[in-house]
Write a protein that binds this ligand. Sequence first.
Ligand code: PHE
Length: 360
Amino acid sequence: MQDLSELEAELVAAVDAADGPEALDAVRVAALGKKGRLTELMKGLGALDPDARRETGARLNTLRDRVAEALAARKAVLDAAALDIRLEAERVDITLSPTADPLSQGRIHPVAQVIDEVTAIFGAMGFTVAEGPDIEDDFHNFTALNFPPGHPAREMHDTFFLRPHEDGTRNLLRTHTSPVQIRTMLAGPPPHRLIIPGRTYRCDSDQTHTPMFHQVEGLVIDRNIHMGHLKGCLESFAAAFFEVEKVEMRFRPSFFPFTEPSAEVDIRCNRKGGEIRFGEGDDWLEILGSGMVHPNVLRNCGLDPEEWQGFAFGMGLDRIAMLKYGPPDLRAFFDGDLRWLRHYGFGALDWPNLATGLSR
Ligand code: PHE
């Protein structure tokens, strides 16, 4: 019989040399299978005399155990290597940049971005968002807002009128978002606290005026509302919007038929060196009109001015978009030039919010 320690060395070497699961299985079959070399040796035990059988049997058992151990150890090594290869091949790169996909190539227009920012800021102050129609009637755009018939402010607005109806009345493109104040107050009981972003129209066109532009209206109706609320609200808004500690504001007396008293609001800025910076400087820039809702407007909406008061403001969204993000010519906002939009636009997935920042 072959020297068993030599056989062991040979079999263990064969096991260690197996370079894959199939090769390893072939080694196992050749050693321990039905016709394997060890199996054959075991079969031969019967022909030995009892003493030799016991001794050789014990050695063969030990040998078989060693070979089985070596097989198991080699299998573990091969399995681990196979797993590594598989993990490597199936790896998902979670750092993959999203920029290649078409969704991320679209751009959010600065006006849409600014509407989202304004909504985030006022949303945090408890305001909801409302909308109204672009095509208005005389009642909502003027009359209910306390413009008497023939009032010069109606002409001041350079209104786009639609063709007259049979009865002589004519619809118009709303000249401001203020008619939605009326729609809101007529639609349900106070308190009201909302902003109304939307398109507005006036017959005007130059570097800072386009016939279609955007405003956001603010309206708060409640008991015991006063100018201090208006001021505090607008100051918090401006600081949040321009992303500075504090924006100094100047409330200039003004006139709107639907507010009393009325104020136009300027913010302090620095225009030196061709760019505008907020929260510093000696220049003032007008950003909105505002005031306490006129008692006649409340009455026109069925509210008792002794019981309910409120404030309102209207702000040019394109204007504050220009101030914050710098496009110099308003007309380019509405040219639909993709190069402009790629330059001034915002990523569709960067939703403005107060937690992670408005514009980043
Ligand atoms: N509607 C006014 C405008 O378009 C702005 C405004 C709104 C003023 C609300 C006062 C109150 O100019």
